[in-house]
Ligand binder design. Structure first.
Ligand code: ZN
Length: 589
């Protein structure tokens, strides 16, 4: 799916990068660039730079970089086409229908149909709830004192007790088995060729994405059935690790924190009590995606959990993930064995507000408290255990001030001088030289690929070609675009070579805009945002010479592994000989 290159460029020109980024973060001018706090990693001193000349951004801290499209894709979780639409809209440019391949057309049609099916189903469930069949479900909601206004706002409904009601309804609407089978709403019958409903006799909660589209459902069983809560499975629309229940509303609340609760009912109950900044995860553990998503809207979250073991475990697992993305964390333990909904019902909204304002603790306090419960501090062995575990946690705190404060506190609780505790911590630091990181393939880290010698050499040569046109005539004798074995680099080389042949000016941001995936854009932009310094002319010549050799050798190896053609192999051997004879004289000019 693509738009004409000229249009993409026009949209880019109309969206000045420092203005677009300035809508998200505060930028200050320093020299010819702007600097600000990076929105993609946690930092206290600005290392995120925006260059008005290049129309590109680059973070010296985490390596994020690109043009205005890359930024919007990274920031809003958009794909390229969505970013183009967003920026076109921002610049009041109207877009023609994009050109699409057959495959893309099919995929988009399926997506569209699945979205329609979800809207139809939500309407169907809603009308069920308000018919004679939904009597029990409605009674349940009344018992939970759920205001009809909020039932409507969250689109609550009821899935009938019979097992193929929805399936028949959707068939009658004209949807085919092929499409319905991908909706996650029906399950194939084992013995026959038909389908039955995934959800029956359940109170239904539509799940919205941040753009207010229904992408799945959660269903709570009425009565004693198992499981108590059932969600849509993964479908082309729905990936539960990437969405949060209620975020479509919470993001518009424009508050400086978001409350995270455990269940759908809690989200709605808190809304009813006057909190619109509430989300719940969709029956899964917290993922880095969730953290990244939240980080776009707020700097701080309040984890509200039930006091049972499962609640505590969930909170403990979420903390490092949220921290990794630079979110401030406060923790609220609801007193007694209550969930937020129950607590508000028995104690009132005001009491709950007070809990949030005055009874939250930091994640570190929360963890220290758990350790205090775990060990018997009256007993010397218990004390040692406590100090050891707390010390190991303390060394992972990134902020020096916070570390100092909590070290004092732990020393006080353990009843030992702070110096002794610090000595002990120093020992752990030696055993554990690696800084604490959340071990998982976070989306942020997936972008950082292995930077091997050949990769680096390709990038560095392209940068030199870009900044020093005079190197081009010499370099092209030894390297052709296809010698850059990395696909992205090969394409960039192709653009640069073509531009030089046509005597055109090269624009880095323009080249980046020709790639459509975020990964490719990041990779391409790394070429133009890099900088290379040489100590002397001789050193520079030597380095370029070595890099050309390295890239060419890799290219020859790569191609000889792939080819079976004898003539081509002979050609490769000849290229290899030429490379060995390469002298440095072309670099003298
Ligand atoms: Zn950064």
């Amino acid at each position: 799916m693509y738009y004409p290159t000229e249009l993409i460029e026009e949209i880019r020109f109309q969206n000045v990068i420092e203005d677009v980024i300035g809508e998200y973060i505060q930028l200050k001018k320093r020299g010819s660039s702007y600097f600000g706090l990076c929105p993609f990693h946690n930092e206290n001193t600005p290392s995120f730079s925006v260059s008005p000349d290049k129309q590109m951004y680059y973070c010296f801290g985490c390596g994020a970089g690109g043009n205005v499209y890359t930024f919007i894709m990274q920031m809003e979780n958009y794909n390229f086409v969505e970013a183009v639409k967003y920026l076109a809209d921002r610049a009041h440019i109207s877009l023609p229908d994009p050109e699409m391949s057959e495959q893309e057309k099919e995929k988009m049609q399926l997506q569209q149909q699945l979205l329609e099916i979800h809207v139809e189903s939500a309407r169907y469930f809603y009308s069920n709830l308000h018919s004679a069949r939904g009597k029990r479900a409605l009674e349940y909601l009344n018992r939970r004192q759920m205001d009809p206004k909020y039932q409507r706002m969250f689109g609550l409904g009821y899935a009938n007790i019979s097992r193929n009601d929805l399936y028949q309804f959707l068939l009658n609407k004209g949807y085919t088995d092929r499409v319905l089978s991908q909706s996650g709403l029906v399950i194939p019958e084992k013995r026959t060729t038909g389908y039955f409903d995934r959800f029956f006799n359940r109170l239904m909660f539509p799940i919205f994405d941040v753009h207010n589209r229904i992408i799945g459902f959660g269903g709570r069983v009425l009565g004693d059935g198992e499981p108590k809560y059932l969600n849509s499975p993964e479908t082309p629309l729905f990936d539960k690790g990437k969405h949060l229940y209620g975020l479509n509303i919470a993001r518009t609340a424009r508050q400086d924190q978001i409350l995270i609760v455990e269940g759908y009912m809690d989200v709605i109950a808190l809304h009813q009590a006057g909190f619109s900044n509430v989300v719940a995860s969709l029956g899964t553990a917290f993922t880095p995606y969730h953290a990244q998503l939240l980080r776009r809207y707020v700097r701080e979250v309040v984890l509200i959990y039930d006091s049972d073991d499962a609640g505590i475990r969930a909170a403990l697992r979420a903390i490092p993930i949220l921290e990794e993305y630079g979110l401030g964390i406060k923790i609220l333990k609801i007193p007694g064995k209550q969930d937020p909904d129950d607590y508000i019902k028995t104690n009132g909204t005001e009491a709950f507000k007070e809990l949030i304002h005055e009874h939250t603790c930091s994640s570190m306090e929360f963890e220290i408290n758990l350790m205090m419960e775990k060990y018997n501090l009256e007993d010397p062995e218990g004390k040692i255990g406590f100090i050891r575990e707390a010390g190991q946690r303390l060394i992972k705190i990134k902020s020096t001030v916070a570390q100092e404060i909590y070290t004092q506190e732990v020393a006080k609780i353990g009843g030992i001088p702070i110096e002794s505790l610090k000595k002990e911590m120093l020992r752990y630091q030696k055993v554990q030289p690696e800084p604490f990181t959340y071990h998982s393939t976070t989306p942020k880290k997936q972008l950082l690929e292995k930077d091997t010698g050949v990769t680096k050499a390709q990038r560095s040569l392209l940068y030199l070609l870009f900044t020093e046109p005079r190197l081009y005539p010499g370099l092209k004798q030894y390297l052709q675009p296809q010698d850059f074995i990395d696909q992205v680099y090969e394409q960039v080389a192709d653009y640069i070579y073509t531009a030089y042949e046509k005597n055109e000016k090269i624009d880095g941001a323009n080249i980046v805009a020709r790639f459509s995936s975020l990964e490719e854009q990041q990779k391409a932009s790394k070429i133009f945002t890099g900088e290379v310094h040489f100590q002397s002319r001789e050193q520079k010549q030597k380095i370029i010479y070595d890099q050309v050799k390295l890239v060419k050798q890799a290219s020859i190896e790569h191609r000889s592994r792939k080819t079976k053609d004898l003539k081509e192999l002979q050609g490769l051997i000849e290229e290899k000989r030429q490379l060995e004879r390469m002298n440095i004289s072309w670099l003298d000019g």
